[in-house]
Ligand binder design. Structure first.
Ligand code: FHN
Length: 589
């Protein structure tokens, strides 16, 4: 059947069966109702991301040459005009697309939901939309993708969800134009574009009933938080219990209470990273590629190991978040073999250890643990051990009465756990049964209770080294494990601080180890202790991971005792204060 006829039929269907707008979603949602709406998401912990569209055809190559960057950005990276990109649809014919096998792969991997790009930045739609002819019906393939995949997900007991890009490099009404796009901007009507977005979203919700709408491409100046809020309520009114991510607003890198006025949506979306402290007070989901690119690239062979994928999943859950792991299918409709192999290995681990992931809450220990990670449920700690130092691990500050400790994969194998001054010590077997992550269940009485972190005391020479790992950072500032520093310090109201025990009063030289992106230099801040302070002004280093030590001068501590040492921004001319690795206080002789 000619594709255009299909579009007309869809259009006709929608005209005859306008989407039944459910009762409007309550504008004030009680915590109880919000928790009910988010419950399945918090239980799921693990989902599949699918980036698939016309970009799978060039697969990272254009005019016979490899194009750098993510494959789904090829049109932008290779500066392809619309007239050169849209003809790709004449080649879209994924005859090997098998929705059932994709959904089965996700289920066997232990995933509980699937998010597919219904429309990425290139504007190509994977469903027979009546809003634009730049869609899957007008291709040699000619058939709906979202329908079969949503049905296959349901068959496998998974929730179906759709990614949806606001930014659109081809739609005539989207602005801004790409710099190399010769089309005049004049006839573009952004308000009409927003109406079309709403109609597309109405089609998706009405026809495919997604559990999540995963928005993206919100960062350009033509898009505002208010527009995002309008879309949010459009979709919530259509489906009141739907969940959206936070990329309708302009606060994607924030989370929890700090997200504030620019935040629109239900959960935070760290990307290609796992916030070291999670996003306190917020639901969140870290999305990551399995190699380096979201869309399929024939040049990207930098595949993460299944051990890394397992530990990423555990790390997300141990910080109270979800892990959305991406696959980029080929133009033929195959999921790459490298992805399948890894997903099957993760699935074998999940078959045995899924209880330590699904429905768990964040670790009760405030700091990262050197030997692995912890997830928990009432009455149980799941100790994820992969890098113990010696034949035991310490649970710092644990105060609960403890019961049995046993291997999740074989409860008959028990381990000795003893109370120590620092908390508790768990003895380990000679060899860990699972090198990727051995899960030991520790039964505890009631909810986990952990003693607060003791104040930082001085070294033998009387100096203090205040590390980022031990700092309290006001959101959005947070610890970044790869930089061993406080990063994402994008709000000048956020301070970083430590509790420090000074045995004596006296004068100290203060140094700050910082990295400053050239675009953000000139931020001013003060280091404050017990009423005394020193000020500093940042100077650029080469990049966010290029740390240099700055001497701020001498500060006098007038009284021995426990004091808060804080670093407080006073001026932030750029979009961030600094990345902060260490503050040192060296006693003056
Ligand atoms: O630009 C996109 C990118 O192509 C990819 O879709 C990721 C996935 O989260 N989102 C945007 C970059 O943040």
């Amino acid at each position: 059947m000619r594709p255009l006829i299909i579009s007309a039929l869809v259009c006709g269907f929608l005209a005859l069966h306008p989407p039944a707008v459910s009762a409007a979603a309550p504008r004030h949602e009680t915590k109880d109702r919000h928790d009910k709406r988010m419950a399945w998401f918090r239980e799921a912990r693990f989902g599949m991301f699918i980036h698939w569209g016309l970009y799978a055809i060039p697969a990272g190559e254009w005019n016979g040459k490899p194009v750098g960057g993510a494959a789904e950005w090829l049109m932008n990276s290779a500066r392809v005009p619309v007239s050169g990109y849209q003809p790709l649809r004449e080649q879209f014919n994924p005859v090997k697309f098998d929705a059932d096998s994709w959904a089965r792969l996700a289920r066997r991997a232990g995933m509980k939901y699937v998010v597919i790009t219904s429309k990425h930045h290139d504007g190509f739609c994977l469903w027979p939309t009546a809003q634009t002819d730049f869609n899957v019906t007008n291709t040699p393939y000619g058939k709906d993708i979202l329908g079969p995949l949503s049905a296959a997900c349901r068959k496998e007991g998974l929730r179906f969800a759709t990614y949806f890009s606001i930014m659109d490099w081809t739609h005539p009404d989207y602005l801004p134009r790409r710099p190399w796009d010769p089309r005049p901007g004049v006839p573009a009507d952004f308000d009409r574009f927003r109406r079309i977005l709403k109609s597309e979203l109405t089609e998706i919700i009405t026809n495919y009933d997604p559990a999540v709408l995963w928005f993206d491409g919100e960062w350009e100046d033509t898009w505002t938080t208010e527009m995002g809020r309008d879309i949010y309520w459009h979709v919530r009114d259509l489906k009141p219990n739907i969940i959206t991510n936070n990329r309708l607003g302009k606060a994607r890198y924030l989370g929890g209470a700090s997200a504030g006025k620019d935040s629109v949506g239900d959960y935070g979306t760290p990307e290609q990273e796992i916030p070291a402290g999670g996003l306190p007070g917020a639901d969140w989901e870290s999305c990551m590629t399995m190699n380096d690119t979201w869309g399929y690239s024939r040049f990207d062979h930098n595949w993460k190991s299944s051990t890394t994928l397992i530990r990423n999943l555990v790390n997300c859950a141990s910080k109270g978040g979800n892990y959305l792991l991406n696959v980029g299918p080929t133009a033929e409709g195959y999921i790459p073999a490298e992805s399948i192999i890894r997903l099957n290995e993760v699935g074998r681990w999940m078959d045995i250890n899924g209880d330590s992931i699904y429905g768990t809450s964040a670790s009760p220990f405030p700091k990262p643990l050197p030997w692995g990670a912890v997830t928990r449920k009432p009455g149980k700690l799941y100790l994820h051990v992969w890098s113990p130092e010696g034949q035991s691990v310490v649970l710092p500050g644990l105060k609960n009465k403890m019961g049995r400790a046993f291997l999740l994969s074989d409860p008959s194998r028990e381990f000795k756990v003893t109370r120590i001054a620092e908390g508790a010590r768990l003895s380990l077997p000679e060899a860990l049964p699972d090198k990727s992550d051995t899960v030991i269940v520790l039964e505890i009485e009631g909810q986990a209770k952990v003693a607060p972190q003791p104040p930082i005391s001085s070294n033998a020479d009387g100096s203090f080294v205040l590390n980022a790992l031990d700092a309290r950072a006001d959101s959005p500032a947070r610890y970044e494990e790869d930089k061993r520093a406080i990063g994402y310090w994008t709000d000048s109201r956020a301070t970083v601080s430590w509790t420090v025990e000074f045995k004596t009063k006296g004068a100290y030289t203060v140094t700050v180890e910082q990295a400053v992106h050239p675009d953000t230099e000139g931020a001013e801040y003060s280091v404050e202790v017990d009423g005394a302070s020193l000020t500093g002004k940042t100077r650029a280093t080469d990049h966010w991971n290029d740390f240099r030590t700055v001497d701020l001068g001498t500060i006098r501590i007038a009284r021995a005792g426990r004091h808060i040492v804080s670093v407080r921004p006073t001026l932030m001319p750029g979009f961030a204060v600094m990345n902060l690795r260490t503050v040192r206080l060296i006693p003056e002789q």
